[in-house]
Design a protein around this ligand. Sequence first.
Ligand code: GLA
Length: 393
Amino acid sequence: MKPIADRTPTMVQEFKNFYHTSPTHVAIAPGRVNLIGEHTDYNEGFVLPVALTRDVRFVVRPRPDRQVRITSLEFDASADFDLDHLAYDDSTLWINYIQGVAMMLEAEGLRLTGMDAVLSGNVPRGSGLSSSAALEVAAAKAFMAVSGQLDALDGPTIALVAQRAENKFVGVQCGIMDQFISVLGKAGHALLIDCRSLDYELTPFPADASLVIGNTKASRSLASSAYNERRQECETGVDLLRPALPGITALRDVSSDALEANKDRLPETIYRRCRHVVSEDERVLTMADALGRDDLAAAGRLMDASHASLRDDYEVSSPALDAMVEAMHSAPGCYGARLTGAGFGGCAVALVEPGREQSVADAIYKYYPKVTNIWPDVYATPAADGARVIELL
Ligand code: GLA
């Protein structure tokens, strides 16, 4: 678990080498780890994520025209587009996130300026830590900075713009959580988000707790098809419950008691999907309360219950994720652990006693490869700040 170096100076140097001039801004947006509230955002429920110290950043300079040129350090590739001719690019997939953000910002009424940019990210890609949302939000901030419109949109609107880019331009049906925390996260805090009203509340992250993330490095090939299937199953649940519970528009409106009373209206699988969402919403609010009281044992138990519900009722865990969670649990000082993000691979997160991070990491390295034959990655992270722009000149 090595500390992460600041990449901005290297990026500035790369910018100068590439464009033979100096950049004006750096726009930074973090990935996230969700403490609890999984698969609740698209059911208009509650989530409790924190922003990571790992981020995506653009070092940029405005151009006098509407051209956008981007060189990516990790992809070791460059791409460009014209703000007046945005079109899905089949050959360079990452550029579509940036094009999508430009399109949705202009749809929101901003008139964008072109830019030259160097892009770099250290959020592990495709691992359930929201590298895509970080890319979208960083792109939005970069465009707003070079266009002199940094204050044109509030935080929730930037998150919605970024989500629309992913839903409508890239074609992935994600909820709002990842973009929201990437914009609005705050160091030392988790963010309790009401995904219906988009109201949010900062919850101080206890000083006597730490987070350890275990990356299973297992393939997530099923993730997108199963994600869409689960969304569909939740909608089916709402449709079947509505005759008995008039006025409900999402599972957010259904209590555990109401679900149990109407269980017979639902096929078994749909019932279990609904039971996960309804109980998870309740766990999020209880967890925010437990963190507020510094009751880490209760918080840990809620994370365990969340994992069990995701594994047994929602069926989005995997043998690798279960092994990761078990490895985390085997270490002394672990309060609780669960998969984080959409599931089917990716990462798990553990709430641990400060000072025990390395022993949790050691337990993961010892146990997880034996069960899965995969060498994992482990990161410790504090709750970090959301997106920001720094002037360089
Ligand atoms: C992905 C999506 C989020 C959310 C989670 C599951 O990360 O992008 O919107 O639905 O899965 O909680």
